[in-house]
Write a protein that binds this ligand. Structure first.
Ligand code: PMP
Length: 309
């Protein structure tokens, strides 16, 4: 990810503090063992109403707190307080542009030993300015990674845990070093999982197909949004099923979804060009609808947008 332009105020140890003061000890459990879990949430600036609209805040907080169970985390902040903190850090930044909100829950005790039970947790949150995370216009050149997606029985992929991003970092780095924009992870069984920080969709014979929650993916909020928009708003047939590697080469269209990636078309996989090398028509339409929805322009999905100011 690019250089950080943080908001001046973060939430840390129960207070709003200058972001430079929000620091942890080198003995912190999460720093040593990767025992943190987080969310990435976008806020979009809507110029017509001069407001920042947070996209699907409730769904992000819901995924966040559900995953506390897997890592045995307990914090004093309630669901509603977490939502409020996410809004308040934006308000305190005064930003009137695209933002990315990063709530994080981490094992904050200074303690030795890899365990998740009995180690105290804390909640913090900061924001940064964020425009495009990857290109959404011309189409990405991607490669199947030599790194396998971590499996649910090793480091649970459905948990957005800090430690699990070593897996993503290795794949994304390899792809970039080899001259590609992004990586696609296969699972240990050789079927497709997802991108390094995004879910994957293909269009084959008019159907929209994506890998199921049992395919070692992070079950993306954007993925769920795209599925719902495709089915209910665009009337497409949507299918969640395993995807074989070679289907990526022969499908009609391919794109990534993610809070950072948004809806990002893919134009080639392992140097095999898809279609005519341009983002396909269904991808383009979905992308258009997605951008309208996140900017609060589609009344039936307006409840997904939370104004902060
Ligand atoms: N998979 C991984 C590994 C990710 O890091 C992300 C980004 N959070 C996604 C998928 C997409 O999830 P979401 O749409 O909730 O951002």
């Amino acid at each position: 990810m690019a250089t950080m332009h943080p908001g001046p105020i973060a939430y840390f140890e129960g207070n709003y503090v200058p972001v430079e003061e929000a620091k942890v000890s080198i003995m912190t459990h999460a720093f040593n063992y990767g025992t943190g879990l987080f969310e990435g949430i976008r806020g979009y600036y809507a110029p017509e109403e001069d407001n920042v609209l947070i996209f699907r805040l409730k769904e992000h907080v819901d995924r966040f707190v559900r995953n506390f169970r897997i890592l045995c985390m307990e914090i004093p902040e309630s669901f509603e307080q977490i939502e409020e903190v996410c809004k308040e850090v934006v308000r305190r930044s005064g930003f009137r542009e695209g933002v990315y909100i990063r709530p994080l829950c981490y094992k904050s005790d200074l303690s030795l030993g890899p365990t998740v039970k009995g180690v105290g947790s804390s909640f913090c949150c900061y924001i940064i300015k964020l425009g495009d995370y990857c290109d959404t216009q011309s189409g990405l050149d991607v490669a199947v990674s030599s790194w396998r997606r971590l499996s649910d029985n090793a480091i649970p992929s459905r948990v957005k845990s800090t430690g699990s991003y070593i897996n993503s970092s290795l794949a994304a780095t390899e792809a970039k070093q080899n001259g590609f924009h992004e990586a696609i992870f296969l699972r240990e069984d050789g079927s497709v999982a997802e991108g390094s920080a995004m879910n994957i969709f293909m269009i084959l014979n008019g159907k929209l197909i994506t890998t199921p929650p049992t395919s070692d993916i992070l079950v993306g909020i954007t993925r769920n949004t795209v599925l719902e928009l495709a089915r209910d708003y665009m009337g497409l047939e949507v299918v969640e099923r395993p995807i074989a590697r070679t289907e990526l080469y022969v499908c009609d269209e391919l794109f990534f979804s993610g809070t950072g990636a948004q809806v990002a078309p893919v134009r080639s996989v392992d140097r095999r060009v898809l279609g005519n090398g341009e983002p396909g028509p269904i991808t383009r339409k979905l992308q258009e609808v997605y951008f309208d929805v996140v900017q609060g322009k589609v009344p039936q999905y307006r409840h997904w947008c939370t104004p902060v100011y």
